[in-house]
Design a protein around this ligand. Structure first.
Ligand code: MN
Length: 129
C-alpha cells in the first residue's frame, strides 16, 4: 500500500495533523485541503487513491464536495470515506446518500484508522478489476 496517495479534507488543524501523521508513518503520500472547494480542485489535480472527507467544512461542506466529485465519471471510482463526529440517527444514511463509500466516527481511533484505510484501498482495487 506504499506510495498510495490520500487526500485528507479537514478544517481542524489538530485533526489534520493527527490523521496526516498517522498515515505518513504508514508510508502514504498525503495531500490536504481545508474546505470542500479545495477538496474538489485537489482531487481533480492529483487523482488520489482515497479521500478522507470531514463533513463540517467552511466554503463548501463535505456532502456537497462528495456529490460533486462522485458526479464526475473520471473521479467517481475514488473511494470517499466520511470522517465525522455526527452521531445522530440518520447521519450515516446522509453521508452514504451523498455518495460516500464509508464512514469513520470521530474521535479518530489511531490504531484502527490505518487498518480501515488499507481495507478501503483493497476493496477499491478489487472493484476496479
Ligand atoms: Mn470540520
Amino acid at each position: 500500500m506504499a506510495n498510495k496517495k490520500i487526500l485528507i479534507v479537514e478544517d481542524n488543524e489538530l485533526n489534520l495533523e493527527l490523521i496526516s501523521d498517522i498515515l505518513k508513518i504508514k508510508g502514504y503520500q498525503i495531500i490536504s485541503a481545508n474546505n470542500g472547494k479545495d477538496a474538489i480542485r485537489l482531487a481533480k489535480e492529483t487523482h488520489p487513491d482515497l479521500i478522507l472527507m470531514d463533513i463540517q467544512l467552511p466554503v463548501m461542506d463535505g456532502y456537497e464536495a462528495t456529490r460533486r466529485i462522485k458526479s464526475d465519471p473520471e473521479f467517481k471510482a475514488i473511494p470517499i470515506i466520511a470522517v465525522t463526529s455526527f452521531t445522530m440517527k440518520g447521519d450515516k444514511e446522509k453521508v452514504m446518500e451523498a455518495g460516500c463509500d464509508g464512514y469513520i466516527v470521530k474521535p479518530i481511533d489511531i490504531k484502527r484508522l490505518p487498518e480501515l484505510v488499507k481495507e478501503y484501498l483493497q476493496k477499491n482495487k478489487k472493484n476496479r478489476k
